[in-house]
Design a protein around this ligand. Structure first.
Ligand code: SAM
Length: 209
C-alpha cells in the first residue's frame, strides 16, 4: 500500500494494534521508573514557550504530555497522555479525539519513539491528520533508552530517519538540534540513560495535500 493510500484510510486505524510496541510495558515504565527532565532541555523545554507563543496559535496539542509542563504557559494547549493524571485527556495517540486539521502546532516530545519503522509511520500519520497544512510539529527523539526499561523497544532516531520520515510524510525539516541534559552527572546526561544525546527537530507540514 502506498503512503497516499494509507492516508485515505487513516480514520480506520483507531483501535488497530501497533506492530512492535508493548504499551503495557511502556505505561509501567513511564508511571514507575521514568522521571520528567524537560526542565533540563535547551531546545525542547522552556525555550519553546516563547517560540510557539509568538506565532499566536489557535490550537496546540501536546501529544504524550506527561506532567503537562506547557499547560498554562502556552495558551489554547491541550495535552494528552496514557499514564499521567496531569494530562487534560488520558489516552494514547490512536484514541485521541481530535478533528482533522484542527491544530496549528503539535508537540510530540519523546512520545513517538518506540517500535519499528511502521509503528513510527502510523503514529506520525495519526498526529499529522490533526495538523493544519503549514502547521508545525515539534519532535524529540532518543536513539536509545535507559538501563532499566525492560520491554520497551526504542526506535533508533537519527538524522537519516528524521529526513526519511519527512519525505514519507510530506514534511519540511525546518531545523534540527542535538539535545543534551543541561545539567547532571557525566557531563550533562542522566546516569540511567544508555546514550547521552537526543534529537529535537521541527517538521512543517507542507501546504500540498
Ligand atoms: C519521554 S516521555 C516525554 C514526556 C513529555 N513530552 C516531556 O517532554 O517531558 C514520553 C511520554 O509519552 C507517553 N506515551 C507512551 N505511550 C504513548 C502513546 N501510545 N501515545 C501517547 N503518548 C504515549 C508516556 O506516557 C510519556 O509521558
Amino acid at each position: 500500500m502506498t503512503y497516499r493510500m494509507t492516508q485515505q484510510i487513516d480514520c480506520m486505524r483507531n483501535g488497530l494494534k501497533t506492530n512492535m510496541i508493548d504499551q503495557k510495558a511502556q505505561d509501567y515504565f513511564y508511571k514507575n521508573v521514568w522521571q520528567s527532565n524537560i526542565h533540563l532541555f535547551k531546545h525542547s523545554g522552556e525555550n519553546l514557550i516563547k517560540e510557539i507563543n509568538k506565532t499566536e496559535p489557535k490550537f496546540v496539542i501536546d501529544a504524550g504530555c506527561a506532567l503537562n509542563f506547557f499547560k498554562g504557559k502556552i495558551p489554547n494547549l491541550v495535552g494528552y497522555d496514557p499514564v499521567f493524571k496531569e494530562a487534560d485527556i488520558v489516552c494514547g495517540h490512536f484514541d485521541a479525539p481530535f478533528k482533522p486539521e484542527c491544530a496549528d502546532v503539535i508537540l510530540a516530545l519523546g512520545s513517538i519513539n518506540w517500535g519499528d519503522h511502521d509503528d513510527i509511520a502510523n503514529m506520525l500519520i495519526k498526529v499529522k491528520s490533526w495538523l493544519k497544512p503549514g502547521g508545525r510539529l515539534y519532535m524529540r527523539g532518543a536513539p536509545g533508552g535507559y538501563k532499566s526499561d525492560k520491554g520497551l523497544q526504542w526506535f533508533q532516531w537519527g538524522m537519516k530517519q528524521i529526513h526519511e520520515f519527512a519525505r514519507l510524510m510530506d514534511f519540511d525539516v525546518e531545523w534540527c538540534e542535538l539535545e543534551y541534559n543541561l545539567t547532571g552527572p557525566n557531563g550533562g546526561t542522566l546516569p540511567e540513560r544508555l546514550w547521552p544525546h537526543r534529537y529535537v527537530w521541527l517538521y512543517r507540514r507542507k501546504l500540498i495535500k
